[in-house]
Write a protein that binds this ligand. Structure first.
Ligand SMILES: Nc1ncnc2c1ncn2[C@@H]1O[C@H](COP(=O)(O)OP(=O)(O)O)[C@@H](O)[C@H]1O
Ligand SMILES: [Mg+2]
Length: 235
C-alpha cells in the first residue's frame, strides 16, 4: 500500500502542496482529480521522488521512502508514466523499454536485455516497432510505449499522469482495458490522474480532489455527485 502523509512540496520559494494525505491499496484504482495547475503532477513527482518534499512522508508497503532517490523507489516497485509521456525520441522503442527494465530489482530483472513478456503482452503493436525511434511514433503509440516502459520493471504500484491526454479514442479504449486488467490481477495499486471524468468513472474505485494544493474532497464513485463535480472540477 502507498501511504502519503501530510506532504508539503513545491518549487523554490513557492509551496504548491499543503498537508496532502492519501492512500492507495493493491487491486484498487485511486483517481486524483482537480483543475489545471492545482498540483496533481507535483504530487506524482513527489511520490516518485523527482521532487524533494519539505514536510511529510511517502511510505510504500510500510517502508518510509521519503528520503530515497527515484531509482530506489522504482526498485521498491513503483512504476511511473509521466504526463506528456517523456519518451526518449532518439532511442528505439526497444531501448526505451530496456530503460524501464533497468529500474527493476535484480531478482525480478531476469535475463539481461530480455523484456518481460508481461510488459508488452498488452501492447501487441510494440514488438513490430522495436527498431523504430521513439520520436517517430504517434502520440498514442508513445503512450503505449510509456506504459510498457513502466511495466517492464513489473511494478506493484503504478503512477499514471494523464495517460489519455491528446490521444485518439481507440487507444484510450486500449488503455482503459490495460488498467482494468492490471486492476483485475489484484496485485497492483494504481494512482491515476486524468481529466476525463467518463474515463475515471469507468475505472476508479476511490477519488481524491485537489484544490489549491490541498485535498478538498475524497470519496467513492457513488459519492462523486454532480454538485461535487461542479464545485471542484468544472472549469
Ligand atoms: N518546475 C516548476 N517550477 C515552478 N513551478 C512549477 C513547476 N512545475 C509546476 N509548477 C507550478 O506548480 C503548480 C502545480 O502544477 P502541476 O503540479 O503541474 O499542476 P497539475 O498537474 O494539477 O496541472 C502550478 O502553479 C505550476 O505553475
Ligand atoms: Mg499535470
Amino acid at each position: 500500500m502507498l501511504a502519503v502523509q501530510q506532504l508539503e512540496a513545491g518549487y523554490g520559494e513557492s509551496i504548491i502542496l499543503r498537508d496532502v494525505s492519501l492512500k492507495v491499496e493493491a487491486g484498487k484504482v485511486v483517481c486524483l482529480l482537480g483543475r489545471n495547475g492545482v498540483g496533481k503532477t507535483t504530487l506524482m513527482k513527489s511520490i516518485m521522488g523527482l521532487l524533494k518534499v519539505r514536510h511529510g512522508t511517502v511510505a510504500y508497503n510500510g517502508v518510509d521512502l521519503t528520503k530515497r532517490a527515484p531509482g530506489r523507489r522504482a526498485k521498491s516497485g513503483m512504476g511511473y508514466v509521466p504526463q506528456g509521456r517523456e519518451i526518449f525520441g532518439q532511442l528505439t522503442v526497444y531501448e526505451n523499454i530496456l530503460i524501464g527494465l533497468e529500474a527493476a530489482p535484480r531478482e525480478r530483472r531476469g535475463q539481461a536485455n530480455i523484456i518481460p513478456p508481461d510488459a508488452i503482452a498488452k501492447f501487441p503493436v510494440l514488438p513490430e516497432m522495436y527498431a523504430r525511434r521513439g520520436g517517430d511514433l504517434s502520440g498514442g503509440q508513445q503512450q503505449q510505449l510509456a506504459f510498457a516502459r513502466a511495466l517492464a520493471s513489473q511494478p506493484s504500484l503504478l503512477l499514471l499522469d494523464e495517460p489519455c491526454e491528446g490521444i485518439q479514442p481507440s487507444i484510450v479504449d486500449d488503455i482503459r482495458e490495460v488498467i482494468r486488467s492490471i486492476k483485475a490481477d489484484g496485485q497492483t495499486a494504481i494512482l491515476l490522474v486524468e481529466q476525463s471524468l467518463d474515463f475515471v468513472k469507468s475505472v476508479g474505485d476511490y477519488f481524491y480532489i485537489l484544490e489549491k494544493g490541498a485535498i478538498a474532497w475524497e470519496g467513492t464513485l457513488a459519492q462523486l455527485s454532480d454538485d461535487v463535480i461542479k464545485k471542484y472540477l468544472t472549469v
